[in-house]
Write a protein that binds this ligand. Structure first.
Ligand code: SF4
Length: 145
């Protein structure tokens, strides 16, 4: 099986335990330039047919709708069996969920970490349990799972 991993190295905040490659964006242009660079790289492998695509980070869900659309448009000709995006509950919106569905994303990896809100604060996570349940509720209604 052939898998494509796409890294989005931007986060709205830095969690205390994190070892991933990430940074807080300097400005919006930084993200647009990164997506353009991804597109250029992808041109070299676009004829391959991927069984899976995984968009991870960083925090892919922190991109705004326009940036997400620009990103997902790059891979629109792929028909992977499994198409995943990582989401942090505080940056999910129903409009982003609909966009994921429109581009045939069929798996969401949700960064919950813990339901203990004191530990979330210690970890410098910015979501609440309410954000997690709202995100899950919308995803379940949309994907009918
Ligand atoms: S949101 Fe994820 S990638 Fe970003 S700092 Fe926290 S753990 Fe690391």
């Amino acid at each position: 099986m052939l898998g494509l991993y796409v890294h989005i190295p931007f986060c709205e905040h830095i969690c205390t335990y994190c070892d991933f490659v990430k940074r807080v964006k300097k400005d919006d242009e930084m993200i647009i330039n990164y997506i353009k660079a991804l597109k250029r790289d992808y041109e070299e492998i676009k004829d391959l047919k991927f069984d899976t695509i995984y968009i991870g980070g960083g925090t892919p869900s922190m991109l705004n709708l326009k940036e997400l659309e620009m990103l997902l448009e790059i891979f629109k000709d792929q028909k992977p069996l499994e198409y995943t995006i990582e989401v942090n509950p505080e940056s999910y919106t129903p409009k982003k969920g609909l966009l994921f569905k429109q581009y045939n994303i069929n798996r969401v990896s949700l960064g919950v970490q813990t339901f203990n809100e004191n530990i979330l604060k210690t970890l410098n996570r910015k979501h609440t349990n309410k954000d997690v349940f709202n995100t899950l509720r919308h995803l379940i209604s949309m994907f009918s799972i």
